[in-house]
Design a protein around this ligand. Structure first.
Ligand SMILES: Cc1cc2nc3c(=O)[nH]c(=O)nc-3n(C[C@H](O)[C@H](O)[C@H](O)COP(=O)(O)OP(=O)(O)OC[C@H]3O[C@@H](n4cnc5c(N)ncnc54)[C@H](O)[C@@H]3O)c2cc1C
Length: 383
């Protein structure tokens, strides 16, 4: 293979692109990873990050197989879920309902990135940081990426892992349907007075969805999907802590703010395709979902895990039949998750007469039906 040729060139070294780069390098592939930012290991290893993920058991296994699972001292366990509707409906289910140790683990974005980048630096991967590409061209034989400094990289497969506003997707001319929810996810971490007991709590309030996710120790992370993020962003740390504790009926006592609140826009993004000649899209470049089920990054890790598995032992990483198989394989899981989150969002935001009664009664009824609850728990785990 020539110096400037690779089995795979990955654009974007966020969680999803970094995990794919590691997975491919571990099977002996020659990989280059282009990241516009400059991941600084020291900065990554410090402080609290308000951006957290509920990582499914399947994705924990994937990250452990890459030796990139963060230290358990920083990881919270979701042992049970307690979901409240906007008019008295309630459903509670636990990992035990599915015969499992945990429904998911709560890990901070920065600590997961740090774990992945530590491994990337130990591997034989060409890391091109602080650089951007200027053009992308593909032919039946290869993809060719030209960087802004004039350097050209050739690859059997080029992967777009460059986030929701993907440059790669734009270069391919792939249209994407983008539906804004008119809401933002506001995130912040708090220490709380009472133990959270490993329970993830969620409230559908009618016009917003509030989640408290259990972090390591006596801490929780909030994800509040709301159409008025500024009302939270402009509060002092003390006022924010009181506002969030009060919204959950002070179930965990008083709160103290650990990280300033940050907000991200909620959009449903569905590109017309996630595979093209010599190119595959993964992670947010390939899809976004409403965060009410906390599944965004889980879908992305599964893109990476399944693409790496498909390419194992194949003579040509960019073979069109393989890329089509990747696209087919991911379509159902992604659509099911997008549709599920979207329907739940609409159900709890609809104002039609009787709907509030129906959705709350539905929640409470399901709570009485053990087999259905077991099914919920298994789905939360990602079986
Ligand atoms: C403030 C905030 C809070 C969030 N909180 C949650 C949450 O609580 N739960 C949840 O499920 N999701 C949350 N999300 C969404 C979640 O972060 C994404 O789903 C996840 O990061 C997707 O990972 P990714 O690797 O696909 O993309 P990204 O994390 O977006 O990574 C893309 C990478 O590509 C790089 N890049 C972009 N363009 C180029 C280019 N042209 N050339 C080279 N490199 C490029 C970027 O620098 C970046 O490192 C949050 C997002 C934000 C912004």
């Amino acid at each position: 293979m020539r110096d400037d040729s690779y089995h795979a060139v990955i654009v974007g070294g966020g969680l999803v692109g970094a995990s794919l780069a590691l997975a491919l390098a571990r099977t002996g592939r020659k990989v280059a990873l282009l990241e516009a930012g400059e991941p600084d290991q020291q900065a990554l290893d410090q402080g609290w990050d308000a951006r957290i993920y509920a990582v499914s058991p399947a994705n924990r296994r994937f990250l452990e197989s890459l030796a990139a699972w963060p230290e358990m001292a920083r990881v919270g366990t979701i042992a049970a879920m307690d979901v409240r509707g906007d008019a008295g409906g309630r459903i509670q289910f636990s990992a035990r309902d599915a015969g499992a140790e945990a429904l998911a683990w709560i890990a901070e974005n920065r600590w997961m990135l740090a774990a992945l980048w530590r491994r990337l630096r130990e591997c034989d991967i060409e890391l091109i940081c602080g650089a951007r590409a200027s053009s992308l061209a593909t032919s039946a034989k290869e993809a060719r990426l030209t960087l802004e400094d004039g350097r050209a990289l050739r690859a059997e497969l080029l992967v777009g892992a460059d986030g929701a506003n993907s440059w790669v997707r734009g270069q391919l001319g792939l249209a994407a349907s983008v539906k804004p929810y008119g809401q933002s996810g506001v995130v912040a971490n708090f220490s709380c007075e009472k133990p959270h007991g490993g329970v993830a709590r969620q409230w559908f309030t009618g016009d917003s969805v509030l989640a408290w996710l259990p972090m390591a120790g006596n801490r929780i992370s909030m994800v509040w999907s709301t159409s008025d993020p500024d009302a939270l962003l402009q509060l002092s740390p003390e006022a924010l802590a009181e506002r969030v504790a009060a919204a959950g009926g002070h179930e965990l006592g008083a709160f103290a703010t650990l990280t300033p609140a940050a907000a991200f826009p909620l959009r449903l993004i569905q590109p017309e395709a996630v595979a093209a000649e010599r190119v595959a899209l993964i992670g947010d470049a390939a899809h976004t979902v409403h965060p009410l089920a906390g599944q965004g990054v889980n879908l992305g890790f599964q893109d990476a895990a399944q693409l790496a598995e498909l390419l194992k032992g194949e003579p040509d990483c960019g073979d069109w039949m393989l890329l089509r198989r990747y696209q087919r394989q991911r379509k159902e899981a992604v659509m099911t998750m997008q549709l599920g989150c979207d329907s739940l969002y609409r159900l709890f935001h609809a104002r039609a007469p009787g709907l509030s009664w129906l959705r709350n009664t539905g929640l409470s009824l399901t709570n009485c039906l053990t087999p259905l609850k077991r099914q919920f728990a298994r789905q939360a785990i990602g079986y």
